[in-house]
Design a protein around this ligand. Structure first.
Ligand SMILES: NC(=O)c1ccc[n+]([C@@H]2O[C@H](COP(=O)([O-])OP(=O)(O)OC[C@H]3O[C@@H](n4cnc5c(N)ncnc54)[C@H](O)[C@@H]3O)[C@@H](O)[C@H]2O)c1
Ligand SMILES: O=P(O)(O)OC[C@H](O)CO
Length: 335
């Protein structure tokens, strides 16, 4: 199968390698000529995945129409906050023949809107319908998948047949793909867990204990469930790979970008200073703003998300915010 991947970051390249391992032909689009030159000559992206060499058969271009020639499947793997522009560009490249299956592996909610990534793409691409829009999400750090470490992931689409198609195309002996029809739940879990991961990083940064981290992960999960239920997600998704699975990996892994941002904050660094030296995207930062706005819109209380917002954007001290969280009105765990 011919697959086009939109985005040549760590995750896009890694998914390309999975598809190449499965015998598919992979082309990439990127907005950056610098990335085209680097990847076409060096076949590696040292800044993002040092030591990983990508197949020489990969092709790279900044010309989206050209990158999509003959594409039977298209994967979007760009940062969430550029998904609007990138999908509008994609909309101009309607293929002559069969509409390709579209898969989105980006995690986040578009700032200034309440839109999940599949909603952004579907709104901007009028010739694409929701039956052909699949979400790929789960506990999957590129640093490990690119080294073929055993991993699981979820392909979610309201149309089960499309989810199963992606499952068949992407599964192999080191990547096991499950399917789900709960795209809302899978996307919300993937977006909000990044905000909770920042909080987890803050706990590492200030030297908090394991009890505190366990509390954060569990109560973070409670917030994801509360918001998800209000927005129509299937509660079973929260306990699945895209839910608890991804929350665990992102809160605890040495590879997590969002956890790293939180850890630096906990050690006293300023957010803009941290962002200026990061080589990969930490989606939890913009998603924190959108999640807070989304929760207010549907009248759902998210104390941890709000706490992260106060620390990131209002310069509140983590210790004061944790004290505030611990001494709020007492409540039942069953609420
Ligand atoms: N890295 C991982 O382990 C991983 C795993 C699962 C999901 N994800 C998700 O995949 C998405 C991409 O993550 P990543 O780690 O590959 O990011 P990255 O920071 O490595 O790369 C992002 C890429 O997006 C493209 N890009 C950047 N700015 C752009 C712009 N203005 N216009 C168009 N394209 C632009 C570039 O090709 C860049 O290399 C994120 O939503 C992330 O949460 C990442
Ligand atoms: O853990 P992070 O913050 O690097 O996020 C990347 C992916 O979402 C992990 O599955």
């Amino acid at each position: 199968m011919n697959v086009t991947i939109i985005g040549t970051g760590g995750w896009g390249l890694t998914l390309g390698q999975v598809l190449n391992d499965n015998g598919h032909h992979v082309s990439f689009w990127t907005f950056s000529q610098k990335e085209v030159d680097l990847l076409s000559t060096e076949h590696q992206y040292k800044d993002k995945l040092p030591g990983v060499i990508f197949p020489e058969s990969f092709t790279y271009t900044t010309d989206m129409k050209k990158s999509l020639e003959g594409a039977e499947m298209v994967l979007f793997v760009v940062p969430s906050q550029v998904m609007g522009n990138v999908s509008r560009e994609f909309a101009k490249c309607k293929p002559e023949g069969k509409i390709p299956l579209v898969v989105c592996a980006t995690k986040g909610i578009l700032e200034g809107t309440d839109q999940r990534m599949s909603e952004v793409i579907l709104e901007n691409v009028p010739w694409l319908d929701s039956d052909h829009m699949v979400t790929l999400s789960g506990p999957t750090h590129a640093e490990e998948v690119s080294r073929r470490v055993y991993t699981t992931i979820v392909a979610a689409c309201p149309n089960e047949h499309s989810a199963k198609e992606v499952q068949k195309i992407m599964s192999n002996n080191y990547l096991r793909v499950y399917t789900s029809t709960d795209q809302i739940g899978v996307e919300l879990c993937g977006a909000i867990k990044n905000v909770i991961a920042i909080a987890s990083g803050v706990l590492y940064g200030i030297g908090a204990g394991d009890n505190t981290r366990a509390a954060l992960i569990t109560r973070g999960q409670a917030e994801i469930c509360r918001l998800g239920r209000a927005l129509g997600a299937n509660p079973r998704t929260f306990a699945g790979l895209a839910g608890m699975g991804d929350l665990i990996v992102t809160c605890l892994s040495q590879h997590s970008r969002n956890r790293y941002v939180g850890e630096c904050i906990g050690k006293g660094e300023a957010l803009d200073q941290i962002m200026s030296h990061m080589k990969m995207i930490a989606e939890g930062v913009p998603t924190c703003k959108s999640a807070k706005a989304l929760a207010e819109e549907v009248h759902v209380e998210l104390p941890i998300v709000n706490a992260v917002y106060e620390v990131l954007f209002n310069n509140k001290k983590p210790a004061d915010i944790i004290e505030m969280l611990m001494t709020r009105d007492l409540r039942s765990e069953e609420e």
